[in-house]
Ligand binder design. Structure first.
Ligand code: NAD
Length: 489
């Protein structure tokens, strides 16, 4: 059993004040594999105080290029530990190791990218007149509360921690109670990299106690949240009294559009892998596959065939394509949507069952495909967060765009066509924060990421990401200092 039984607050590893020790479950066996400390409200208060003191202290005064140097150290230590981090992430979340290695292997590039942004926050000069000068500068917003989900704890922490530190903020990271182990590993790496005490604090905890306290805390200036829309709405209410700033990265129900003129092999490779990646527990995946009618039957057949080729198995096994759900409630949710899809009249052409036999103890489910789906069905409208592909036929560009945009969500979308004009026309009418053309799930540190509509507020990554962690200060200076007495005569 691994032990993560101390919170990381103010540079010290501390037992929870009013939290608890829980067992983290290995989702491939349903057995506990680690003991994990969760913090309560008092622990959040301590962490916020440590972050506030660090913000007021040396971190605030440190030149940006020095902060950048610390982030580079962190990036390099992280790179060296990436294989180990990937194994722990897989153990905790159940994601197949071949996927986790690729994911975690890239995080050091993100930290390098944020390091490169740290000393590039420039202001503007604004002309007024000869004797009055105005300029703006970007200043760090203060203490940031980062709340991360269970499906991708290290990646989502990387985006938030990297940006906050580059901007000069300090941070309290509250990972999900389901998958907190790797956030403690991140704290250990940050400590070794020379991140000053209190700049990063890690307090996993339950949403309703630790999470809510962080959102309500008057000394937390901003919450950067990745998770569900239900939680985001709760946070808006909890943050109202303190007028909290928010960045929200929420759910998705992406349209992955395949036109009849597409490179069909590539499109099917992308569409099948994007439907089942991480057992369907990724916000960016393409769960609505829109297929032009002339090729619809071929694509349906290809999905049926590929579903049978996916090796579902133990996540630490290199041969495994797809691991289990990260926790039991998610498995139950996915299976309930299989029933919903059937009841709505969609045709289940592959999967749909929990896996029995050697994998019966874990939260494994078969890669699942529904054909004959209409966009009005719940399996096409609601985020399932399971490996469930919904294949929807369409006729022509206009209908593809209409179906793609007929969604509450707008995080990502993809389209496949060999017609350059169509690629441009369609991509520019899709209501989504990220549109891939003849590509899918290509996410880089340098490209802004975030959603339209119910998929969120704001963007992470790219050169603009820092702005969400900064305030703009406008300074207006008079060269003469003259100020007439308005009450004279
Ligand atoms: P969730 O909203 O249930 O939980 C996310 C985090 O919020 C957890 O740390 C949880 O403890 C915390 N939380 C819950 N209630 C809270 C409250 N009242 N106050 C403060 N914190 C609270 O989401 P989840 O089930 O962990 O994650 C799945 C969701 O995340 C999906 O909707 C998925 O699409 C979304 N997601 C989005 C992205 C993206 O980049 N857009 C990435 C990954 C996941």
């Amino acid at each position: 059993m691994a032990h993560y039984d101390r919170l990381f607050i103010g540079g010290e590893w501390q037992a929870p004040q009013d939290g608890e020790l829980i067992e983290s479950i290995d989702p491939s066996t349903a057995e506990p594999w680690a003991e994990v400390a969760l913090g309560g409200p008092a622990d959040i208060d301590l962490a916020v105080a440590a972050a506030r003191d660090a913000f007021a202290g040396p971190w605030r005064k440190m030149p940006a290029w020095e902060r950048a140097g610390i982030l580079r150290n962190l990036a390099e230590l992280y790179r060296a530990e990436a294989p180990r981090l990937a194994e722990i992430e897989t153990r905790d979340c159940g994601r197949a190791i071949r996927e986790t290695r690729m994911d975690v292997g890239a995080h050091s590039q993100w930290y390098h990218w944020f390091a490169s942004l740290a000393d590039k926050s420039e202001g503007r000069t604004i002309p007024i007149d000869e004797s009055v000068h105005a300029f703006t500068s970007k200043v760090p917003i203060g203490v940031v509360g980062a709340v991360t989900p269970w499906n991708a704890p290290l990646l989502t922490a990387c985006w938030k921690v990297g940006t906050a530190l580059a901007a000069g903020c300090t941070i309290v990271l509250k990972p999900s109670e389901f998958t907190a182990a790797t956030s403690f590993e991140l704290a250990r790496i940050a400590e070794a990299a020379g991140v000053p005490r209190g700049v990063i604090n890690v307090v996993p905890g339950r949403g309703a106690s630790a999470g809510a306290r962080l959102v309500r805390h008057p000394e937390v200036a901003k919450i950067s949240f990745t998770g569900s829309g239900v939680t985001a709405r709760r946070m808006l209410l909890d943050g109202a009294d303190t007028l909290k700033r928010f960045t929200f990265e929420l759910g998705g129900k992406a349209a992955h559009i395949i036109f009849a003129d597409a490179d069909l092999e590539a499109a099917i490779n992308a569409a099948t892998s994007s439907a089942w990646v991480h057992c369907g527990q990724a916000c960016a995946l393409g769960s609505r596959i829109l297929v032009e009618r002339p090729i619809y039957d071929r694509v349906v057949e290809a999905f049926r065939e590929r579903a049978g080729q996916v090796r579902v198995g133990m996540p630490l096994d290199d041969a495994t394509h797809m691991g289990p759900h990260a926790h039991e409630q998610q498995l139950i949710k996915t299976l309930s949507y299989v029933d919903i899809g059937r009841a709505e009249g969609a045709e289940l052409i592959a999967g749909g069952r929990r896996i029995e036999g050697a994998l019966a103890r874990g939260y494994f489910v078969e890669p699942t495909v529904f054909a004959g789906v209409s966009n009005a069905m719940r399996v096409a409208r609601e985020e399932i967060f399971g490996p469930v592909a919904a294949l929807i036929p369409f006729d022509g560009e206009e209908e593809a765009i209409a179906i793609a945009n007929d969604s509450d969500f707008g995080l990502t979308a993809g389209l496949w066509t060999r017609d350059v004009g169509r690629a441009l026309r369609v991509s520019q009418r899709i209501e989504a924060g990220m549109v891939w053309v003849n590509a899918y799930r290509y996410i880089r540190w340098s490209t802004p990421y975030g959603g339209f509509k119910l998929s969120g507020w704001g963007r992470e990554n790219g050169t603009d990401a820092l702005e969400a962690y900064q305030e703009t200060r406008t300074t207006i200076m008079s060269a003469t200092g003259a100020f007439a007495n308005p009450y004279a005569a």
